[in-house]
Design a protein around this ligand. Structure first.
Ligand code: NAP
Length: 298
């Protein structure tokens, strides 16, 4: 596969598309807001007027948009990917890197199969930093043969690339990942609150605990941002809330109690309500500051 399409050039899509160009793929792109395609077009990609026009020109289309209805829209909506699908014989693949519902993903894959198009759900983890460095974890659901056919695409954007199972298994794995991120971040905020109220040097506390058994990605990457009061997104509060709504729908369907995730979801919702929806997830710390009547960087 050489000719690849990219639909959705946001915080994640842009650096992932740039890495595909760097790896030698011939890229055709579309983004709802055309101006945001500038970096990718400057790097050598071609512009298409719609997802359908992207699909007409390529062998695989990568999608990186916000939520489940957005993915449905760019695939099945007006001027969507299926309208531009060249037909059964072309063996087109849709690779969805967005984080969306596992249940809807299974349905999208069935609907695409009716058009002769294969689908891989391939959500990623590792944030904007991993996207820029090409070091994302990629968790893939779909037919193994299709996964193997697309392996060079995944290698251009990621390091840990795993075929998790049939369609939906990639998104279900990502849902597990988001549970870990949310619950762990809650622990980071709480431990740092205790450190602050104990009068500890936060920098020292972070250095020691990051190297110990309590260490985690959130502690290493978001802990220093919390200490410095830097709320710039990487990964936005609104997006993790979207993901925890997906987890809630799955757990309701499975009749599975998930008490820690429920608490994290409520606190992250409080962060959005108090105006931090478009800040990074580390802005959960602002809720802990309000609850405890302190600030992390006094
Ligand atoms: P983002 O910067 O907000 O970008 C979202 C992209 O989706 C934009 O290109 C936007 O177009 C497009 N879009 C949204 N709704 C659309 C629609 N209905 N039709 C067409 N295009 C639409 O978000 P992001 O951080 O790149 O996240 C993208 C996906 O990756 C999300 O599912 C997110 O959960 C997941 N993710 C993000 C991170 C992270 O650290 N940021 C990490 C892992 C996974 P416009 O430019 O026109 O707004």
């Amino acid at each position: 596969m050489k000719r690849i399409g990219y639909v959705g050039l946001g915080i994640m899509g842009t650096p992932m598309a740039l890495n595909l160009i760097k790896a030698g793929f011939d890229l055709t792109v579309w983004n709802r807001t055309e101006a945001k395609a500038k970096d990718v077009l400057d790097a050598g990609a071609s512009w298409a007027e719609s997802p359908a026009e992207v699909a007409e020109k390529v062998e695989a289309v990568c999608i990186n948009v916000t939520d489940t209805p957005d993915v449905e829209d760019v695939i099945f909506g007006k001027h969507g990917i299926v309208e531009g699908n060249p037909g059964d014989t072309a063996e087109m693949v849709v690779i969805d890197h967005s984080t969306i519902s596992p249940a809807s993903t299974r349905l999208f894959a069935e609907r695409l199969a009716e058009h002769g198009v294969d689908m891989l759900d391939a959500p990623v983890s590792g944030g904007d930093v991993g996207a820029r460095n090409g070091t994302l974890s990629v968790m893939v659901g779909g037919k193994r043969a299709v996964f193997e056919r697309c392996s060079l695409i995944f290698k251009a954007v990621g390091k840990a690339i795993t075929h998790c199972g049939p369609n939906g298994a990639g998104q279900a794995t990502k849902a597990c990942n988001q549970v870990l991120c949310a619950v762990n971040l809650m622990g980071v905020c709480e431990a740092m609150a205790l450190a602050q109220r104990e009068g500890l040097d936060l920098e020292k506390m972070l250095a020691v605990t990051t190297a110990g058994a309590g260490g985690s990605w959130s502690l290493a990457n978001l802990g220093p941002q919390i200490a410095e009061g830097d709320m710039k997104p990487g990964f936005m509060i609104d997006l993790i809330n979207k993901d925890l709504n997906i987890v809630q729908a799955e757990s309701t369907g499975l009749n599975l109690p998930m008490p820690a995730t429920g608490l994290a979801r409520d606190l992250l919702r409080a962060a959005a309500i108090s105006g931090h929806g478009r800040d990074g997830t580390q802005a959960l710390s602002r809720v802990f500051e309000k609850l405890g009547g302190f600030t992390y960087h006094e």
